[in-house]
Design a protein around this ligand. Structure first.
Ligand code: 5GP
Ligand code: MG
Ligand code: MG
Length: 183
């Protein structure tokens, strides 16, 4: 669905489907240049990265493989703690592979920081990170994110794979959730 179906639930739309797709197309050109002869393995973190993985990999013109991890982070509900448990591991051995982690959004970066050290211990040939959205707090963590779709303000956003209580993942656009929805 698009934002018109849930206009009352959003204070505003940050990025439309068209803007997201245009940015992904740009990033795909850059990634194709880097990975064209490398048979890159794109690793998505479930469930949020489903949309960005599907769209980004289809914008690309080189061969890619896709695999998935599911992790749960222990925290106080809205804040992640960086203490992470793997619920579903990769199906692929990444030793000597070129790996691109595909993320929906990076807030504190704590979840990603754990994930990166876990993946590096498996000795990939290279490891880079792509995220569709990044919030300002990510700067406090020293995780290097090479490919960023959009830097966004420190607001809770939904859509394009990002949920609130399991909902809004199927919204094509990304918007800021109105306070009456969560209060
Ligand atoms: P971090 O460990 O970087 O603080 O948290 C990353 C995870 O928190 C994301 O993968 C996502 O699941 C969730 N998250 C962070 N910010 C937002 C947001 O604005 N909206 C939604 N729906 N989830 C968020
Ligand atoms: Mg994520
Ligand atoms: Mg979530």
């Amino acid at each position: 669905m698009d934002a018109s179906h849930i206009a009352d639930d959003l204070t505003h739309v940050l990025y439309t489907d068209a803007q997201i797709q245009a940015r992904l197309a740009e990033m795909a050109v850059e990634l194709d240049e880097v990975y064209k002869d490398k048979n890159v393995l794109m690793i998505g973190v479930l469930n949020g990265a489903v949309m960005v993985m599907a769209d980004l990999s289809r914008h690309m013109t080189s061969h890619v493989e896709n695999d998935w991890m599911a992790i749960s982070s222990y925290g106080s509900g809205t804040q992640s703690s960086g203490v992470v448990r793997i619920l579903k591991d990769l199906n692929t051995d990444i030793h000597d592979r070129h790996v691109l982690v595909v993320e929906d959004i990076i807030d504190t970066g704590l979840t990603l920081s754990y994930l990166i050290s876990n993946l590096l211990s498996r000795e990939p040939a290279s490891l880079e990170v792509m995220t569709m959205f990044r919030k300002p707090d990510a700067a406090n963590n020293d995780v290097e994110v090479k490919y960023v779709g959009f830097d966004i303000p420190n607001e809770f956003v939904v859509g394009y794979g990002l949920d609130f209580a399991g909902k809004y993942r199927n919204l094509r656009d990304v918007g800021t959730l109105a306070p009456h929805v969560y209060s």
